[in-house]
Design a protein around this ligand. Structure first.
Ligand code: BG6
Length: 464
C-alpha cells in the first residue's frame, strides 16, 4: 500500500437534505427559497429541472444506506432540512420529520456508518427569508432554536454536528453575484448577512456546549487558497485581500473568535460595517468550534487590478483585485473550475501552521461532468476513471500533509448518489452511484464506487 491513512480515518461521502431527499411538498414540509425561486423563475435552473427532482432519499434511504455500507462508508454527512423539521421556521416541530430523521440516523448507525449532520445547507425557509434571512435578528434567533431542537432530538446519537455548510456561498451567491435567490446585489447587505450567519453559528455552538452532549460541533467551510500571479508585491497584496474576503472572513472568527483586523479595516474604509450589538462580538469570541470541515474544489488565482472599477458599479470584492486565469491551467470545463491538487496540501499546512493545528476533515471534494453517459461500458455501468484519478491525485497530497503533521481525520467525497445541484440541477453528475431519473430513480454503481470501496477497506491505495 503506497498511500496509507491514519487508523479510524473517516471514509464516506457528503450530501444534503434539499439535494437528495425529494418529497418536497410531502408530510408537512414547507417551501424553502429554492422551491420559491424555481416557482417564479424556472429558467434560472439548468434544463428547468427544479428541487422536487432529487434522488428520492426520503423514500429510499434504507436501500441507499445499504449501498453506502456496500461501498465501504464508515461515515456520511447529510443535512436536516429546517423546512421539514420546523416547517414555519419557528414554532411547531413536525412529527413526521422527526420520525424520518430518526430512521435515517438509526439506520446509518445500525450499518456502522457514523452520521455527520449539517444544520443549514443553503436552505433558508421561505417564511424566514420573508423576514429578512440572516439580515434579521429574528431569523438568527429562529435558527438557534432550530439548532437547539436538533441537538435535543438527535444529539444522543449524532456526535458530529455542523452549524453551516459553506456559509460564504449564500452571502456571495445570494447578495453579490446574482447566482442564488434573493438575487440581491448589495455589498452592505452581504456583509450584514455574513455577520448574522457568524452570530447564528456562534450562538448554536454556545447552545450545543451548554447542553453538554457527548459530541463535537464545527462548521464546514469551502477553502479556496488564493495564489498570486507572481511575487510582485502588488499581486501578493491582491491575493491577500481575496484570502481575507473568501477564506478568513469565516475561518478566523470560527477558529480564533475574531475577524481579521485588515478585513475589518477594508470594510470600515468603504463604510460597509454591519449593525451589531456589543455582546455579539463577545459571543463570537467565546464560542469556537471543536473541529472543522473543509470543502475543497478549486483554487483562486489573483493578480493586482488592471483597471479602475467603474465608480458607479456596485462595490464588489473584485474592486480590490482581479481574478487571474493562469495559462494552461487544468480545468473541469463543465463546471468552469480549475483542478489544482496541491491546494489540498496547502490548505492542510495552513491549518497546521496558522490555526493551532486544529482537528479537521475533508468534508467535500469531488468532480462532476456533463454527459457522463458517454462513459457507460458494455456491462452497463459508468466507467468514470476521470473521477478515480481526481480522487487519487487529491488524496496523494492529503496523505503527504498528514505525514507532515496535519490533523486530518477523514475524507468525504461529494457525493454518494448523483444529486440535484442547485441552479446546475442535474447538469454535472457527481456521484459514486448513478441515478436514473427516467427509470424510477434506479441506482447503478459507477467504477468509482467500486474503487472507493477498496480505498475505504484498505484504508489507502496504491499507484497503478
Ligand atoms: C458545494 C456544495 O459547494 O459544491 C454542494 O456544498 C454542491 O451543495 C457542490 O452541490 C457542487 O457544486 P455545484 O454548484 O456544481 O453543484
Amino acid at each position: 500500500m503506497k498511500y496509507v491513512f491514519p487508523q479510524n480515518f473517516f471514509w464516506g461521502s457528503a450530501a444534503s437534505g434539499p439535494q437528495m431527499e425529494g418529497a418536497a411538498a410531502v408530510d408537512g414540509r414547507k417551501p424553502s427559497i429554492w422551491d420559491h425561486w424555481y416557482n417564479i423563475e424556472p429558467e434560472r435552473f439548468f434544463d428547468q429541472v427544479g428541487p422536487e427532482n432529487t434522488s428520492n432519499f426520503y423514500y429510499q434511504y434504507k436501500e441507499d444506506i445499504a449501498l453506502m455500507k456496500q461501498l465501504g462508508h464508515n461515515s456520511f454527512r447529510t443535512s436536516i432540512q429546517w423546512t421539514r423539521l420546523i416547517p414555519d421556521g419557528v414554532g411547531e416541530v413536525n412529527p413526521k420529520a422527526v420520525t424520518f430523521y430518526n430512521h435515517v440516523i438509526d439506520e446509518l448507525i445500525a450499518n456502522g456508518i457514523e452520521p455527520f449532520i449539517t444544520l443549514y445547507h443553503f436552505d433558508m425557509p421561505l417564511s424566514m427569508q420573508e423576514k429578512g434571512g440572516f439580515e434579521s435578528r429574528e431569523v438568527v434567533n429562529a435558527y438557534v432554536l432550530f439548532a437547539e431542537t436538533c441537538f435535543k432530538l438527535f444529539g444522543d446519537r449524532v456526535k458530529y454536528w455542523f452549524t453551516f455548510n459553506e456559509p460564504i456561498v449564500p452571502v456571495e451567491a445570494g447578495y453579490l453575484y446574482d447566482m442564488h435567490y434573493p438575487n440581491v446585489v448589495d455589498f452592505k447587505r452581504a456583509v450584514q448577512v455574513a455577520f448574522g450567519t457568524t452570530l447564528a453559528h456562534a450562538r448554536a455552538v454556545e447552545r450545543y456546549h451548554e447542553l453538554a452532549l457527548d459530541g463535537q460541533i464545527g462548521i464546514v467551510l469551502n477553502l479556496t487558497p488564493s495564489y498570486p500571479r507572481s511575487q510582485n508585491p502588488a499581486d501578493v497584496k491582491a491575493a491577500h485581500i481575496a484570502d481575507l474576503f473568501f477564506n478568513r472572513s469565516f475561518l478566523d472568527p470560527v477558529t480564533k473568535g475574531e475577524f481579521p483586523a485588515d478585513l475589518v479595516e477594508i470594510i470600515r474604509e468603504h463604510d460597509f460595517l454591519p449593525e451589531y450589538q456589543l455582546n455579539d462580538l463577545e459571543i463570537i469570541r467565546q464560542n469556537k468550534i471543536d473541529f472543522l470541515g473543509v470543502n475543497y474544489y478549486q483554487p483562486r488565482r489573483v493578480k493586482a487590478k488592471e483597471n479602475l472599477p467603474n465608480p458607479e458599479a456596485p462595490f464588489m470584492p473584485e474592486h480590490l483585485f482581479d481574478n487571474y486565469a493562469m495559462p494552461n491551467r487544468k480545468m473541469n470545463r463543465y463546471r468552469g473550475w480549475e483542478i489544482y491538487e496541491k491546494a489540498m496540501y496547502d490548505i492542510c499546512i495552513n491549518l497546521r501552521d496558522n490555526y493551532h493545528n486544529l482537528p479537521f476533515y475533508i468534508s467535500e471534494n469531488g468532480m462532476g461532468v456533463e454527459g457522463e453517459d458517454r462513459y457507460r461500458n458494455e456491462e452497463g455501468f459508468i466507467d468514470d476513471s476521470y473521477r478515480i484519478n481526481f480522487m487519487k491525485e487529491h488524496l496523494k497530497w492529503l496523505n503527504k500533509a498528514i505525514l507532515e503533521g496535519a490533523n486530518c481525520h477523514g475524507y468525504h467525497l461529494w457525493t454518494f448518489i448523483d444529486c440535484w445541484s442547485w441552479a446546475n440541477a442535474y447538469k454535472n453528475r457527481y456521484g459514486l452511484v448513478e441515478v436514473d431519473l427516467a427509470n424510477h430513480y434506479k441506482r447503478i454503481i459507477k467504477s468509482s464506487g467500486y474503487w472507493y470501496k477498496d480505498l475505504a477497506q484498505n484504508n489507502g491505495f496504491c499507484i497503478d
